[in-house]
Structures are given as structure tokens and as C-alpha cells.
Design a protein around this ligand. Structure first.
Ligand SMILES: [Zn+2]
Length: 407
């Protein structure tokens, strides 16, 4: 069999130009020499591999907002550092296998493979030289063909676009997250108002990261979107199941004060925009409260230690949903942040979240991946292993009856 080989050569002139030499020499198959694959569980010291959020890591590291941040839709973060290297960080309590990191240059339309990881462990970080700066190399194109690229001396920040592919089923779930919230930890709350807020530590940070990824997946889920944008229907169905009239507000309403049950109901168009407020790219600071009330607003969303260690594994997301709604711009006059009026976002989200745990349709449903409750040295309260159960009257269970899993 004669195999056609397409050889593209990129050379560096004043700027990068693509010399395209179609080598279709029949019979002389080019033997590409690709870079070796990498195992991030066993990297040489030169790659400076670390595990972020080790239990005993100094909390000042997690509170360094310039160093520890990620977007919920990019828990595997690839950042160019300087002209010639990248930093790879995985914000996930479970590692990934078979991870392919592709690069794309501005003047060449095809993506090519620059790092091929057999494994990346949980909360891993390491540094890697960009292979393009070390010399002329062959790279596998996503089409399966080969590109040979000459040495390029260095790159300005943003010149290379990185993207990730993986056959790992966890990655498939993470890739579906539509929210692009930027997650950070902020010590200003407990530094300025100690007691009202409490300092967190890496044990709690790992739980918070796990929760915000799961929660962001839930917000991105097609059934959640469908229920959110047809909340009036959800209310009607709940009432029908209960054999009662619709209790309280018939649909989402906003921050205007309600007089005698006269709600400022949102139009369909406003409900669509409201949904976007929950998943856009604003910054959220995950914090912990110690006083009588959890708090949210502006970038802040907070809850108690118990919520981080145990509650989210049981799907007890009512408080979190409430504070996140404040953070997303809604006050107590709105049923987006008010559990009254026959139930609003808090009630619906919590029921939905529990249904997703029941379906095993969240990125992380096994509390053993962190075992936070066992790390008593880092906790104020005492907890046992969270056990999940679903109420047989859960409205999503009654409606979808075990179906609706997001592929
Ligand atoms: Zn509130």
C-alpha cells in the first residue's frame, strides 16, 4: 500500500511563515520522529512537579490569587510562562489519563500535538519547555498527518493557542461545563472580619474546588437549563403532582419589592439573560463563614465548613445556591435568592443536584476521592463519611424516572 504523506514545513523568517512542500513522493514514506509521551506522575526534577493543595501546604499559597486560579470550564490549565515554557495545572481531585495538549500558531491553521501525557495526577502542576524552541521537530497533526516545524526562538505571550483533548471519561464531563467562572480564594474576608468569616486551608480548598466544578456542571446541564428557562412549567408540574394549586410565585421574578404577591415577573428574554448571569466569566471568591449567616454578593460566595466537607456530597446545596445567587446579582426580593414563595432557585437547584448524584451524572460523586471528613487536624467540626440518599418524592426523580443522563 502506498501511503501518502503530507509534509508541511514552518520556518522562521522575519515573522513565522509557512513553507508548504507537498512531499507526495510515491513509495518513500516519511518516518516521523515524534516527541516522547510524558507521565506526569513521574517527571524529572527539572519539570518542577508539585501537588497543589497538599493537606499541609501553607494556606498563603492557596490565597495567592496570582498563582492559584482557574476557570471552571478549564480545570486543566495551560499557561505560557516567559518566552519558552508552559505551566500545566490540574484543578481536579481526580487525575486524568491520555491527555493530549495541542498548540496552534497564529499563521498556521492546524493544531499539532506538543505534549502527550499518559497520566496527570490530581492537583498536579509542572513546568515544560515548549518543544518548538529546542529545535526542529516532527509533530502529529490532529488530522493524523505530520508537520515538521523548524526551531522558533521564543513566543510572545498569547502567540500559541493551547487546547486539550483526552479520551478519559472524566475529561468528557469536564469539557461539557459551560460556565466560565474564574475561581479564586480570598483571605481579605477573614482577615478583615474574623469570626464572621474563617480562614480556609488546602483540605477545605480541595473540597471547595470539587464542589464548584460539580455545581458548574449542574448549571450547564441540559435539564437544568430546560427547567430554569421553563420554571413556570416546573412549578405547574410540582403542583399537579401534589394535587394543589401553584404555591407562591408562578415564575422567576426580580429584585423589585413585591407588594401583596405582585411580582415583577421576568420575560422569556430576561430569563435567558438571567441564566447567563449564572455561568458567565465573572470572578467568584470561595470563602467560609463562621458566624450566624452565610454570605454572598459581588465576587463573594461562602458557606460553612460542614457544607464543604460533607454537605455537597449529599447534595445539600441550598445554602450554596442561595449565596451564589447573591453573587450572581439577586437579592431576597427575588425567588432566585429566596426559598419562600413556594420555592425558588434554592429548592429547584437542590432537588436537581440530588437527582444528578442519583444518576451519577456529576464529575465527582465519590467522597472517597478526598476523604475530607477524616482530616480532623484541619477541621473545626467533626464529620462522618457523607452518605447520599434521594427522597422518592424528588420532583426530578418523579419526572425523569432515572433518565436524562447527559450522555
Ligand atoms: Zn441571603
Amino acid at each position: 500500500m502506498i501511503k501518502k504523506h503530507y509534509l508541511f514545513v514552518l520556518t522562521l523568517l522575519a515573522s513565522i511563515t509557512i513553507g508548504c512542500s507537498h512531499d507526495e513522493n510515491q513509495g518513500t514514506a516519511y518516518q516521523p520522529n515524534y516527541l516522547p509521551s510524558l507521565d506526569a506522575t513521574n517527571l524529572p526534577v527539572g519539570n518542577r512537579p508539585i501537588t497543589m493543595f497538599e493537606d499541609d501546604e501553607n494556606p498563603s499559597k492557596m490565597y495567592d490569587k496570582t498563582d492559584r486560579w482557574f476557570r471552571v470550564n478549564q480545570p486543566l490549565q495551560i499557561i505560557q510562562k516567559g518566552k519558552d515554557s508552559v505551566q500545566i495545572s490540574l484543578y481536579s481531585p481526580v487525575g486524568l489519563s491520555d491527555v493530549k495538549i495541542y498548540a496552534k500558531l497564529p499563521n498556521y491553521e492546524k493544531r499539532f500535538l506538543i505534549y502527550n501525557f499518559t497520566k496527570i495526577p490530581a492537583f498536579h502542576r509542572s513546568s515544560h519547555q515548549i518543544p518548538l524552541v529546542t529545535g526542529k521537530n516532527d509533530y502529529l497533526l490532529e488530522t493524523g498527518n505530520t508537520v515538521t516545524i523548524d526551531k522558533i526562538e521564543g513566543f510572545s505571550t498569547g502567540a500559541i493557542e493551547f487546547s486539550v483533548e483526552s479520551t478519559d471519561p472524566l475529561f468528557a464531563k469536564l469539557k461539557k461545563i459551560k460556565s466560565s467562572r474564574l475561581v479564586q480564594f480570598n483571605d481579605a474576608y477573614h482577615v478583615n472580619e474574623l469570626g464572621k468569616f474563617l480562614p480556609m486551608n488546602p483540605v477545605l480548598a480541595k473540597e471547595a474546588i470539587t464542589m464548584i466544578i460539580n455545581y458548574s456542571y449542574a448549571l450547564s446541564h441540559p435539564i437544568y437549563y430546560d427547567t430554569f428557562t421553563n420554571f413556570d412549567k416546573y412549578k405547574q408540574e410540582q403542583a399537579t403532582l401534589a394535587g394543589t394549586a401553584v404555591d407562591g410565585a408562578l415564575n422567576w421574578h426580580g429584585n423589585a419589592e413585591d407588594v401583596d404577591g405582585v411580582y415583577d415577573y421576568f420575560s422569556k428574554a430576561v430569563i435567558e439573560k438571567t441564566y447567563i448571569n449564572y455561568i458567565d466569566n465573572r470572578t467568584v471568591y470561595l470563602a467560609m463563614v463562621g458566624g450566624a449567616a452565610a454570605l454572598g454578593g459581588g465576587p463573594l460566595a461562602s458557606q460553612w465548613e460542614s457544607g464543604y466537607v460533607a454537605g455537597h456530597w449529599r447534595g445539600d446545596m441550598s445554602v450554596w445556591s442561595h449565596e451564589y445567587s447573591h453573587h450572581s446579582g439577586y437579592g431576597h426580593s427575588s425567588n432566585l435568592a429566596n426559598s419562600g414563595q413556594g420555592g425558588g432557585q434554592q429548592e429547584m437547584l437542590t432537588q436537581f443536584y440530588k437527582y444528578l448524584i442519583h444518576l451519577d451524572d456529576l464529575p465527582f460523586t465519590n467522597p472517597d476521592v478526598l476523604k475530607g471528613w477524616t482530616k480532623t487536624k484541619y477541621l473545626t467540626g467533626t464529620y462522618s463519611k457523607p452518605i447520599f440518599t434521594i427522597n422518592p418524592k424528588n420532583p426530578f426523580l418523579l419526572k425523569y424516572k432515572g433518565t436524562g443522563k447527559w450522555n
